[in-house]
Ligand binder design. Structure first.
Ligand code: GRF
Length: 219
């Protein structure tokens, strides 16, 4: 049996994506395992969820660090100690330094609730609705020094419905996120998706456009 890819998940909040990543890892046939969940605050609801799933947790409490550089160094040390070879940021509400990102190049993923490159930053659901977009969704991307700007591996796409609100769209986007984030972790663990010097490869060829998961039925 080949070794499982050790994955760490880094959170700030409720951790529903973390839970989806863990549950997929705990299903039979997974090629990756979640070795640790790390939060930047004690209050992160996902810490309890992770513990209930049997995953070791740590907190790197952001308020105890004087600046970004010292926090990032502590987070990097916690990740190194975990033995993770892939790091999934999942609702992690801090911007990481260019140095941290460079140190983890090709091993750092994030999920963003929009069809990148549209709507980098916050309030993505309201912005997609205000723009009258026909579709919206979420993107799993490798993290680079540009905020929400790294190469996208997979997108979950859904159709915006008449009468949608930011909350109704958010619920359907979350359901899609819980499909695509574990899927990308699995593709990386199986070697189907690879990062080579800043370029994402899918089955040996450069990935020209994100892989798409279409789902209009998501609750
Ligand atoms: C998700 O919408 C994700 O796209 C964004 O933060 C949210 C995290 O939700 N980065 P959860 O904590 O995984 O429930």
């Amino acid at each position: 049996m080949t070794a499982l890819l050790p994955v760490a998940v880094v959170i700030s909040g409720r951790g529903s994506n973390m839970e989806a990543i863990v549950r997929a890892a705990q299903a039979s046939g997974s090629r990756y395992e979640v070795v640790r969940v790390i939060a930047d605050r004690e209050s992160a609801g996902g810490l309890g969820r992770a513990a209930a799933l049997g995953i070791p947790t740590s907190v790197v409490p952001v308020q105890q660090f004087a600046d970004r550089a010292t926090f990032d160094a502590a987070l990097g040390a916690a990740l190194a100690a975990s033995g993770a070879r892939l790091v999934a940021l999942a609702g992690f509400m801090r911007i990481l330094s260019a140095e941290f990102v460079a140190n983890h190049a090709g091993r750092l993923l994030n999920i963003h609730p929009s069809l990148l490159p549209r709507y980098k930053g916050l309030d993505t659901h309201a912005r997609a609705l205000a723009a009258g977009d026909s579709h919206h969704g979420a993107s799993v991307h490798f993290v680079t020094a540009e905020l929400d700007g790294g190469p996208v591996v997979m997108q979950g796409r859904l159709r915006i419905r008449a009468g949608d609100t930011p909350d109704s769209v958010s619920a359907r986007v979350h359901a899609l996120e819980h499909i695509i984030y574990p899927h990308v972790c699995s593709l990386i663990a199986a070697g189907h998706v690879e990062w080579r010097n800043g370029v994402v490869y899918f089955n040996g060829a450069p990935l020209a456009a994100p892989l798409i998961e279409e789902n209009d039925a998501a609750a």
